[in-house]
Design a protein around this ligand. Structure first.
Ligand SMILES: [Fe+2]
Ligand SMILES: [Fe+2]
Length: 195
């Protein structure tokens, strides 16, 4: 299903770069299959992802370890790599900021439950806060954590002033990304600090 959707945008066999935030099945579990379809593709990820898990478990060929702040140029787009340990979660976490269109690829940040629209300009932080409350009350508690470090990372992301927040689980947000990230930080602190 995802492959068919990708094929509406470009020939899947021509993919050169595959990136993701952290080593989890929903982030990179299909890397081997994608690299089989795209014989010249290379995974771009954090050094910790590469060394601790990705090259040993899911990559068909050596991954490219990105340095914090380094840009991956693809021709039309420039993806800045941001090392963000434990944001959204996991030691190896990172995020990408596409500088041309000012799009932040958010991974699990702004996660919303339910069958929601692909993108919206309405507030998504309320949905995110509800997801956190639901998860904390059930067997998926501990999904995200909040500390002073988390707050600093989210402030740095806000300073990028993204115009689109590309959300992995839920609606992507088009609008004032700076304010949305500051609101997200408040929602995480109020819901999770000391949880
Ligand atoms: Fe995750
Ligand atoms: Fe996820």
């Amino acid at each position: 299903m995802v492959k068919d959707a990708v094929a509406t945008v470009l020939d899947p066999s021509s993919i050169r770069w595959i990136s993701f935030s952290h080593f989890e099945a929903d982030e990179c579990g299909a890397l081997r299959e994608w690299q089989t379809i795209a014989p010249d593709s290379v995974a771009a990820c954090s050094l910790v992802s590469k060394e601790v898990s990705v090259d040993d478990v899911v990559a068909l060929r050596p991954s490219r370890a990105m340095a914090d702040g380094e840009c991956l140029e693809t021709g039309r787009f420039s993806f800045q790599f941001l090392r963000t340990p434990n944001v959204p979660h996991c030691w190896d976490a990172s995020l990408l900021f596409e500088q041309t269109g000012r799009t932040l690829f958010c991974s699990d940040l702004f996660h919303q439950n339910g069958d929601v629209e692909p993108s919206t300009s309405s507030d998504v932080v309320g949905r995110f806060r509800q997801m956190l409350l639901d998860y904390e009350a059930g067997p998926f508690g501990g999904y995200l954590q909040y500390s002073d470090t988390t707050g600093k990372v989210l402030a740095q992301l806000a300073d990028l002033a993204p115009e689109t927040l590309a959300v992995m689980h839920g609606s992507s947000f088009v609008g004032d990304g700076r304010q949305a990230l500051m609101d997200l930080s408040v929602a995480m602190r109020e819901t999770l600090d000391g949880a």
